[in-house]
Ligand binder design. Sequence first.
Ligand code: NDP
Ligand code: 8X3
Length: 250
Amino acid sequence: MSLTVFVTGATAGFGKAIAERLVGDGHRVIAAGRRAERLEALQAALGDRLLPFVLDVTDTSAVAALPSSLPEGWREVDVLVNNAGLALGLDPAQKADLRQWDQMVATNITGLMHMTRALLPAMVERNRGHVVNLGSIAGSYPYPGGHVYGGTKAFVKQFSLNLKADLVGTMVRVTDVEPGLCGGTEFSTVRFSGDDAKAAAVYQGTEPLTAADIAETVSWVVNLPGHVNINRVEMMPTCQASGPLAIKRQ
Ligand code: NDP
Ligand code: 8X3
């Protein structure tokens, strides 16, 4: 069955790989993001089963106008992949930039929340749908400098579980995909404000997850039969593990 899938943050990284994979699976994808030229390039590569849609998820009016602002034939969204998100900075909380905290909350929490609220009612009405959220291991395990980023992903995890509680009795599914270290995306370049050397050092000497691994997971959860709901998928590269609790000894 061919689904209509709305992917936020499809101009790079996971979102782009998810769009490519789902079009390859035979679905239609609304690829959203702020960089129009990237979306147009994606359509040029993938064809008419991909609709480029310029959207900033922090623009609450533009998000509230969904799904009516979509072109005719694209308004019945079966699957929403809330992927747009970012981490900014790695300084300790006492030195962090408050504007960066606000931007992470606006994107990773408010944007995801508003996108869901805009598209969920029609899914419930049709008694068919799926919300796939991009959480992170940072939502379960703390690390120095993770403060607000980890907090936003803890929100994504709990929001996903709570959505599921509200949707029991409908055929609308909810999944939180929670990856760990993943290379080859713009995530660390964005986190370190364009400092490519600092970004590359994050992955040095590791074999991290790839965007294709995440896309395969999203493809798996979306293409399962409708009665199967994968609640959470926590995934790490084999070279990563959760660390011990910190103890400062005298
Ligand atoms: P990238 O930086 O490569 O991609 C992020 C995407 O989000 C871009 O397409 C960007 O598009 C989009 N985006 C950012 N802000 C907005 C906004 N306000 N409105 C619309 N789109 C926006 O990151 P990844 O692909 O690595 O990460 C994707 C998701 O996965 C994020 O939620 C991230 O937190 C999460 N994640 C990443 C991990 C990793 O190690 N890479 C691990 C675990 C989770 P544009 O700038 O064009 O708008
Ligand atoms: C991205 C993974 O460990 O950099 O969510 O927070 S991490």
